[in-house]
Write a protein that binds this ligand. Structure first.
Ligand SMILES: N[C@@H](CCC(=O)N[C@@H](CS)C(=O)NCC(=O)O)C(=O)O
Length: 221
């Protein structure tokens, strides 16, 4: 397996990067994981989403959508997990081409999987997990069905390639990792998807990998 270098940086941030996150948020974990893979120093600032801290005037100044994650890197304040991955890879990766290629075909392939992370992943496994973990009074069946469809496609993709867009990981893999790995917390088993499970293990073996906290549902799954 060929993986990009983790710790050597093309550019070091002058300040510690602040990450405003919620500990049970897969979107937040996506960013925490990538910061760690890049070897960047981060200050984690917990936002109590369950208590509505993301809707305070101070937080809305940083993200008018009132959601985590948000990063502050010096003068740069940036919201949206995938946008943050794009920023961090192009600004701080040793070789940005590794994580976020600019070749038109590869760039489009990465963008396609970022769209999957913002669409089917969000409204499939992430929604099923949210319903279960936060005990939302919503029938999870549709979300579980979408998760199964998505994982069938991902498993087929990963049968012929180590990572989602080729032989090495990109931000597309990071964007899709957290909610896939934690899908069992939403009642979606990963057992039927052996190639997908091997992809999770490959990501977990990357230098600097940090896991997301498991909820009681995840620990039981
Ligand atoms: N498109 C956003 C979605 C972020 C998102 O859904 N954040 C959730 C936590 S996982 C949140 O802050 N929810 C609280 C709310 O919407 O009030 C991103 O990619 O960062």
């Amino acid at each position: 397996m060929n993986t990009p270098a983790a710790a050597t940086l093309s550019q070091q941030p002058t300040n510690t990067i602040k990450l405003y996150r919620y500990v049970l948020s897969g979107h937040s974990h996506r960013v925490e994981l990538f910061l760690s893979l890049l070897g960047l120093t981060v200050e984690l600032i917990n936002v109590n989403v369950a208590a509505g801290e993301q809707k305070t005037p101070a937080f809305l100044q940083m993200n008018a959508f009132g959601q985590v994650p948000v990063i502050q890197d010096g003068d740069v304040i940036l919201a949206d997990a995938n946008a943050i991955l794009v920023y961090l890879s192009s600004r701080y990766a040793t070789n940005p081409q590794d994580w976020s290629p600019s070749d038109p075909v590869r760039a489009a392939a990465v963008q396609r999987w970022l769209s999957v992370a913002a669409g089917p992943l969000m409204f499939g496994p992430a929604l099923a997990r949210m319903i279960a973990v936060f005990k939302r009074p919503i029938n999870p069946e549709e979300a579980i069905g979408r998760a199964k469809q998505l994982f069938t496609v991902m498993d087929a993709t990963l049968q012929s390639s180590d990572f989602l867009t080729g032989p090495t990981p990109t931000i597309a893999d990071i964007a899709n990792y957290s909610y896939t790995a934690h899908a069992p917390e939403g009642g979606v088993s990963l057992e039927p998807y052996p190639h997908l499970r091997r992809w999770l293990v490959r990501i977990e073996a990357l230098p600097g990998f940090v896991p997301m906290v498991k909820t009681p549902m995840g620990l039981a799954a």
